[in-house]
Design a protein around this ligand. Structure first.
Ligand SMILES: C[S@@+](CC[C@H](N)C(=O)[O-])C[C@H]1O[C@@H](n2cnc3c(N)ncnc32)[C@H](O)[C@@H]1O
Length: 295
């Protein structure tokens, strides 16, 4: 059998098993198992030996059984970073890239307004003392993207899950990013109290507890503690916003990813916690996805 035939056959199998994007997933699984890139696979269409066929079949069976593609191939791309993922850690989503892009814009625009106030306007931007905190860091995708973008900044990130901290630490090594510390513990727990940050980011668990059972089967394979935001989905926004002010420098910013339909409620919580300039940014689907607020 040739490689393109096995892609076709696997795609049919996945489609029957109810996998969305069956062809894309089949192609990715086969290329992964064969260690091929797409171009060479389609140009050479090599003969596949029996041991490779059985390896591919094993992967296809896992995918057909509802295991997320990213857990099977073990990685995902996030803003140009190679992020390892597996059972026990949330798979980074494309909408979370928007949070990072907005946070980067805010940090840069603050730096340029500070620089333009300087009489001696050096072309060098000094931000050695800048520090960021990423709560609920999971695979570390947000913290690592910020640390890469601002190599002189110090990034601290926390997660209650030991698995998440293990993946995040591995991801910092894999991507050669050194200016980040991953600490295990609940929210601000591992952060010393006297420390304050220029920026806090969080993509917290935000699904209503009652909605978890009805999620796509692939999403249900992800850890419940990465998803469950309590009865109304807002527990983490309340907890984080009740303390965030004391961990932010004056005029520091907090950035949240939001679940569908949560922007008004979270804006109100942020307002009651004393934050100002509360703004919501829509994602590509037109959904309110990122909330930013200033101390
Ligand atoms: C929605 S995931 C986000 C992961 C990652 N930041 C991302 O955007 O892909 C939420 C994360 O919050 C973590 N978490 C749950 N409860 C927590 C707590 N009390 N303190 C810190 N992290 C917590 C989970 O382990 C999970 O990694």
């Amino acid at each position: 059998m040739r490689l393109l035939d096995i892609i076709k056959k696997s795609s049919g199998h996945l489609e029957k098993a109810g996998v969305e994007d069956a062809l894309v997933d089949a192609e990715l699984l086969v290329l992964y198992a064969a260690g091929r890139d797409r171009l060479s696979a389609y140009m050479d269409n090599p003969e596949v030996d029996r041991s490779l066929v059985s390896r591919i079949n094993r992967l296809v069976r896992r995918r057909a059984g509802g295991e997320p593609l990213q857990y099977i191939i073990g990685r995902v791309e996030f803003l140009g970073l190679d992020i390892r993922v597996g059972k026990g850690v949330l798979i980074p989503r494309p909408e979370t890239e928007l949070l990072v892009e907005e946070a980067i814009k805010a940090v840069k625009s603050k730096a340029s307004s500070v620089n333009s106030l300087k009489i001696d306007s050096s072309p060098v931007t000094h931000h050695a003392s800048r520090s960021f905190l990423d709560l609920c860091t999971g695979s570390g995708c947000i913290a690592l993207s910020l640390a890469k973008e601002f190599p002189d900044a110090q990034v601290c990130a926390t997660d209650v899950s030991a698995k998440a901290i293990k993946y995040a630490t591995e991801n910092s090594e894999l991507n050669g990013i050194k200016n980040v510390a991953f600490l295990r513990g609940s929210l601000f727990g591992p952060v010393p109290e006297h420390v304050s940050f220029d920026l806090i980011t969080a993509n917290p668990p935000y699904i209503k507890s009652a909605d978890i059972a009805g999620l796509q089967r692939e999403v249900r394979r992800e850890p419940a503690k990465a998803l469950n935001g309590g009865k109304d989905g807002l527990d983490f926004y309340r907890k984080i916003l009740s303390k965030a002010g004391s961990y932010l420098k004056e005029s520091g910013w907090i950035f949240f990813e939001l679940g569908f339909g949560q922007s008004e409620a979270v804006s109100a919580i942020a307002g009651r916690a004393g934050f100002r300039n509360i703004t919501v940014v829509k994602d590509f689907a037109g959904i309110d996805r990122v909330l930013k607020a200033e101390k």
